[in-house]
Design a protein around this ligand. Structure first.
Ligand SMILES: O=C(CO)[C@H](O)[C@H](O)COP(=O)(O)O
Ligand SMILES: [Fe+2]
Length: 253
């Protein structure tokens, strides 16, 4: 939503839902973790009131103290709380650590996402993968929309996809019809696209194009993994297929 006309946030949110977006990506910035300020829980609350209870609010929390805003964002109507690992590791909340933060987010009724800045090694997230629903690999330096996609982040995505075949992997920053192929091939299954959608004359066509590319190039990879697993564990075919279909249905943009 950062790329939209913010004076008309609610109508723009409705327009992208109408155009086929699965989720609304809300970039919360505190002017401290990143050099920009956007909005917080009060705006999310108004947006929720305006768009109704159905749209999924993916809250990308670019804030220095992620533990501080969990309750407010949950009460405002957030669906997923995606914090930055770099901030969480430094967050000085009392009795607080990353596992506690994940627990708090869940206890407030939200799904958990963890985001990595471009300079953070993918190995840093390994011990937390089992605690989260999604890992976000930033493909720009967080703080501003409309930046250039960083293809050199794709090895992180490939590594995660190879290690965790069913993990939801989001990419955020500079995604568009001209950069989607490389992200889809790497194995990303949740695509954040701000400028590419809001600058387009036909939002529906852009969203559909991104979705088809992920299904075409990304599902091939998922099926490859499925085939390998099926060979290894014949009896679990049904369960594995259900798992992969769920990921595709829910998260492919
Ligand atoms: O988190 C972000 C910036 O920190 C934004 O979500 C991201 O930049 C998306 O915008 P665009 O598609 O215009 O690059
Ligand atoms: Fe974002």
């Amino acid at each position: 939503m950062l790329a939209s006309d913010l004076s008309n946030l609610a109508s723009n949110a409705k327009s992208v839902i109408q155009a086929g977006a699965d989720e609304l990506h809300l970039d919360v910035m505190d002017g401290h973790f990143v050099p920009n300020i956007t909005w917080g829980a009060p705006v999310i609350k108004c947006l929720r009131k305006s768009v109704g209870e159905d749209p999924y609010f993916d809250c990308h929390m670019m804030v220095s103290k992620p533990s501080e805003w969990v309750k407010d964002v949950a009460e405002a109507g957030g669906s997923r709380y995606c914090f930055h690992l770099e901030a969480a590791l430094k967050d000085s909340g009392v009795d607080f650590n990353v596992a506690e933060l994940c627990k708090l987010i869940r206890s407030c009724g939200m799904e958990v996402g963890v985001a990595l800045k471009p300079g953070t090694d993918v190995s840093a997230v390994r011990e937390f993968v089992s605690l989260v629903d999604m890992v976000l690999i930033m493909t720009v330096e967080p703080g501003f929309g409309g930046q250039k996609f960083m293809p050199n982040m794709m090895p992180k995505v490939v590594h995660l996809r190879d290690t965790y075949p069913n993990l939801n992997i989001q990419v955020d920053g500079g995604l568009s019809p001209s950069t989607i192929d490389v992200a889809a091939k790497a194995g990303a299954n949740s695509i954040v696209a701000g400028s590419a959608v809001f600058k387009a004359a036909d939002k529906e066509q852009v969203i559909l194009g991104l979705r088809h590319t992920v299904e075409r190039l990304g599902m091939g990879k998922a099926e490859g993994e499925l085939t390998k697993r099926v060979k290894a564990k014949g009896a679990e075919v049904g369960v594995l297929m259900a798992g992969i279909m769920f990921v595709a249905g829910k998260y492919f943009v």
